[in-house]
Ligand binder design. Sequence first.
Ligand SMILES: *[C@@H]1O[C@H](CO)[C@@H](O)[C@H](O)[C@H]1NC(C)=O
Ligand SMILES: *[C@@H]1O[C@H](CO)[C@@H](O)[C@H](O)[C@H]1NC(C)=O
Ligand SMILES: *[C@@H]1O[C@H](CO)[C@@H](O)[C@H](O)[C@H]1NC(C)=O
Ligand SMILES: *[C@@H]1O[C@H](CO)[C@@H](O)[C@H](O)[C@H]1NC(C)=O
Ligand SMILES: *[C@@H]1O[C@H](CO)[C@@H](O)[C@H](O)[C@H]1NC(C)=O
Ligand SMILES: *[C@@H]1O[C@H](CO)[C@@H](O)[C@H](O)[C@H]1NC(C)=O
Ligand SMILES: *[C@@H]1O[C@H](CO)[C@@H](O)[C@H](O)[C@H]1NC(C)=O
Ligand SMILES: *[C@@H]1O[C@H](CO)[C@@H](O)[C@H](O)[C@H]1NC(C)=O
Ligand SMILES: *[C@@H]1O[C@H](CO)[C@@H](O)[C@H](O)[C@H]1NC(C)=O
Length: 598
Amino acid sequence: MISLLRLLRLIGVGACGISAQFVTPPDDLIQSIGYAGVPVRFKEVPAGICELDPSVKSFSGYADVADDQHIFWWFFEARGINPEYAPLTVWINGGPGSSSMLGLFQELGPCGVDYFGNIYSNPNSWTNASNVLFIDQPSQVGFSYSNPVPAYEEDGNIIVLPDQTCPEHLPTPSTCGTYSSPDITLTANSTVGAAPAFWKTLQGFLGTFPEYSENGLHLATESYGGHYGPIFSSFIERQNDLDIPGAKRIRFETLLVGNGWFDPIIQYQAFYNFTVSPGNTYDYAPFNESTEFLVFDNLYGPGNCLDQLRECKSTGLNSVCSKADDFCMQHVEDIYRDALSRDVYDIRELSPDPFPYKFFVDYLNTPKVQKAIGAYTNFSAHSDTVYEAFSTTGDDARGVNSIDDIQFLLSRNVTVALYAGDADFDCNWIGGEAVAYEILAPGFNNAGYENFTTRDGDVHGQVKQAAGFSFTRIYESGHMVPFYQPLAALDLFERTISRTDIATGTQNASSVYQSTGPPKSLYREGNTTMQWKTVSTDKTYDTEVNRPGKAWVKLPDESETLIDSDYQRQYPFQNFRGEEDMSAWRRLLEYFIYVFYS
Ligand SMILES: *[C@@H]1O[C@H](CO)[C@@H](O)[C@H](O)[C@H]1NC(C)=O
Ligand SMILES: *[C@@H]1O[C@H](CO)[C@@H](O)[C@H](O)[C@H]1NC(C)=O
Ligand SMILES: *[C@@H]1O[C@H](CO)[C@@H](O)[C@H](O)[C@H]1NC(C)=O
Ligand SMILES: *[C@@H]1O[C@H](CO)[C@@H](O)[C@H](O)[C@H]1NC(C)=O
Ligand SMILES: *[C@@H]1O[C@H](CO)[C@@H](O)[C@H](O)[C@H]1NC(C)=O
Ligand SMILES: *[C@@H]1O[C@H](CO)[C@@H](O)[C@H](O)[C@H]1NC(C)=O
Ligand SMILES: *[C@@H]1O[C@H](CO)[C@@H](O)[C@H](O)[C@H]1NC(C)=O
Ligand SMILES: *[C@@H]1O[C@H](CO)[C@@H](O)[C@H](O)[C@H]1NC(C)=O
Ligand SMILES: *[C@@H]1O[C@H](CO)[C@@H](O)[C@H](O)[C@H]1NC(C)=O
């Protein structure tokens, strides 16, 4: 064994530790020019990096939408159906500044990352029904970048380094790595401003892979997607009308928005409605009387949140809207967080909440994965730079025409499905329902609530629907519905894109379809799934009983990784993790073991 160890040490020494912190730029991207002249660089992602089935292809890359604005995307073919006959669905997360890798790994993508850092397959992936394209937008979100620079992160700020030397004072784990140079002029600063780059990214992708969009295009989004979704979808329709030479006319069919942030005037009030009157359905009244009064006054008192939002709406001034947003966030929204330390995205859990699982962030920061997807930078789940950029215009406090744009989409026969997990405080279902009424879709306001029953016969919520417009309340679900109710999310998705009724998936949601039932959704979960203790990160979430479940256990086929981690434990070479691709290591190791014993 001595000589084996010595051999291993020899490999371990050599390369220096410092540069291993940084991302080696890819040298194997294929270049193409998509529609509308948009340059694209991409590669095929090997099986096992996310999708485990080698017969299902995956590609990732960038659309170069402007000088110094490079938009990362990751595409997965549909599984179980011919991808060339499948429709194409684009998924974007919100923020502003959140990476769509959240959607991919925490919600509806083909895989997740477990406690041990290993990939597991998601049986309820939306790729079971569609090709899916995840886009990190606007520039500087997730893997999207302006210019890659060596830097570290401290208190939410990215501090650029003069060269590839990490400062010594950094805490462990170190935040040193390759970041997108933080520059608020090299991204969008509003929803409307982000639409053209999003459209260009689509044009680039569709021109590079025309075979994946033969059957229409759907956009699905969440949270700040209540802003992005309606505006981007209408932008696509209006670009179509322009018949731009070289650009593709996009057959745009569906918009889905989960727990969306559409209209601040309605939804800031809903923070009061969800916590005080009429309250949530988990029998959770979080505030004492004086806090209830404080929230009410901060909303409705003269010069307070609503007055400021109305002034933002009437003047449209950046300074007024930014100030209104700061005020409403601090004095209405954040009172809940500050007083309770509960997860604002799932009132049932205390903070820090281990759900949805966050292990994918470390996974995306390994050299093996960065190389496999052709990344230029390290991965950050949220971009503070983009958030800052949007703050300068107060975009969050603006309605940005989201309601008018949904009406416009409906007039174009686009299917629009709004849905909301009813344990989310942040973009809660009471506000979401009020927004749905405000749209005045034909036949919607006097449709009734019907049970939403999934293919296994379980009821997971209630839906009000008229023709192609629907609002679905999902029971026992936080903000990120596909994580908490994976089968319900998949069924809702499939039924929506095939334009059937959401309740059963058996009826044609033609222009005369209307759901029937009571005008209000009255079901109450009560407090049985409320948690009163924080949950440790080694626990899984049990979607059968809607609460924290068993501890993670290694899957039998994860023994491969077991070898790696065992070796790390036994032979903790400096820089082992940062140095080499693990599988190359394993191959070398196997070779030496073979030589040694033969
Ligand atoms: C989704 O597809 C995978 C792989 O084809 C399959 O194993 C799984 O059962 C499917 N899920 C559903 C809900 O049908
Ligand atoms: C929210 O609360 C306000 C103030 O009590 C009330 O006027 C409004 O009707 C409520 N909205 C909903 C949707 O319950
Ligand atoms: C009400 O709750 C707030 C916030 O938790 C606390 O600061 C305050 O002391 C409480 N007031 C009363 C009268 O209990
Ligand atoms: C950035 O990526 C490098 C290379 O994979 C890795 O060694 C480093 O730990 C990452 N840094 C961060 C902050 O994740
Ligand atoms: C937002 O971006 C636009 C387009 O780049 C720019 O013209 C405008 O000045 C920016 N607004 C602010 C407040 O920085
Ligand atoms: C609206 O779309 C549905 C399905 O997407 C289609 O069946 C119907 O013919 C369309 N109606 C019009 C008026 O275009
Ligand atoms: C709807 O589902 C609930 C369970 O959530 C059930 O008790 C009720 O009977 C169902 N209603 C109808 C009309 O089927
Ligand atoms: C649904 O009904 C519409 C209008 O009657 C029709 O055009 C369409 O083909 C039907 N779709 C399906 C899937 O049956
Ligand atoms: C849960 O609700 C029941 C019935 O409303 C109530 O008696 C009980 O005190 C609640 N439990 C907690 C921990 O609030």
